[in-house]
Design a protein around this ligand. Structure first.
Ligand SMILES: *Cc1c(COP(=O)(O)O)cnc(C)c1O
Length: 337
């Protein structure tokens, strides 16, 4: 439970607060000016995350949105397009940044439940060198898929898409905000997910429980360019080792435990009459409900949930929800359903 407020906050896994251990690591952080590449913990965090995903280099950025947008800009020029899922975070929740900031065109396909279908995307790719068509420079993949309820993408489809993209000269960007959840749920190593993308943005501030921070991984050349874009966007940060310390701590202590969040989400689903097979990671989706009424009534009893649409709500488990919090949520939500 979110002890300080007494609320059980299931709105998102971004609501976690740094634990005592994480705060201690932050307080003890040795720092330097990261714009001069002199912050030791930022440097080591970048190396560590690049290694985890099998890439040459990485850059620490303040948010997943910045990681995604710079990542896409590295593999797509203004006037070219990024193709992706219609429900993808990069086209839904990033305020049109690809167009507003970078001049990138985006085009989407409506998939079945957010599940990556390589053929469906490949079919939509438009070639370079045609006077009529906007060329598709990159395909964006989201794993886990947020609006699809924390769905883990099928490895075979990721492999098929990536293998195809090599010959086609199309890049793959991975929005891996919750790639940790995907890896823990599927047992697929992070390095495997990493090698199936040219650029990947991964978040430390979701299930991993850091207060801020994402990391963009790619080749060394691309990351050198990413540093320019980060600075242009105002994302050049100074003694930011206090945040990198939180990131290191999260990687040390909060990856394997995601399995607990997944188990709690399954249990929550089961106890609310939702098919646990629809729970892939740490999200439970309740469909066909009067979302505003349900959210309001639950809030009145100390349980916060998030409305996805008028008839859909979403519950997320995370570091700050324990078994007692799940019990409380069931106590409140079950009668309302
Ligand atoms: C949270 C999230 C992001 C990044 O969000 P920020 O709030 O900018 O850190 C990117 N992609 C997905 C799928 C997310 O859930």
């Amino acid at each position: 439970m979110a002890e300080d407020s007494g609320m059980v906050d299931l709105r998102s896994d971004t609501v976690t607060k740094p634990t005592a251990g994480m705060r201690a690591a932050m307080a003890d952080a040795e720092v330097g000016d990261d714009v001069y590449s002199e912050d030791p913990l930022v440097n080591s965090l970048e190396e560590r995350v690049a290694d985890l995903f099998g890439h040459e280099a990485a850059v620490f950025v303040p948010s997943g949105t910045m990681g995604n947008q710079i990542g896409m800009r590295l593999v797509c020029q203004p006037g070219q397009e990024v193709l992706g899922d219609a429900e993808a975070h990069v086209v839904t929740y990033e305020m049109g940044a690809a167009a507003a900031i970078f001049g990138l065109s985006t085009r989407t396909v409506v998939s079945t439940g957010g599940v990556l279908d390589a053929d469906q995307l490949i079919e939509q790719v438009r070639p370079f060198g045609n006077w009529h068509l906007t060329p598709t420079a990159a395909i964006a993949v989201e794993n886990t898929h947020n609006r699809a309820g924390g769905l883990v993408q099928p490895l075979a489809q990721l492999e098929k898409l990536y293998a195809w993209s090599r010959d086609a000269g199309v890049a793959v960007h991975l929005d891996g905000a919750r790639i940790w959840n995907a890896a823990v749920a599927s047992g697929v190593p992070l390095s495997t997910y990493g090698r199936l993308a040219d650029t990947a943005s991964v978040c430390l501030s979701k299930g991993l429980g850091a207060p801020i921070g994402s990391v963009l991984v790619a080749s060394a050349d691309r990351i050198a360019e990413a540093r320019l874009w980060r600075k242009r966007l105002g994302g050049g940060m100074r003694q930011v080792g206090v945040l990198a310390a939180a990131g290191h701590y999260a990687l040390d202590h909060h990856v394997d435990r995601l399995a607990e969040d997944h188990a709690r989400a399954r249990s929550l689903a089961q106890r609310l009459g939702v098919d646990p097979a629809t729970v892939h990671t740490n999200m439970v989706v309740l469909d066909g409900v009067a979302a505003p009424m349900l959210a309001e009534a639950a809030k009145g009893q100390g349980v916060l949930i998030s409305q996805v649409s008028a008839t859909k709500v979403r519950l997320l488990t995370h570091l700050d929800v324990d078994d007692a919090g799940i019990d409380r949520a069931v106590e409140v939500l079950a009668p309302l359903l």
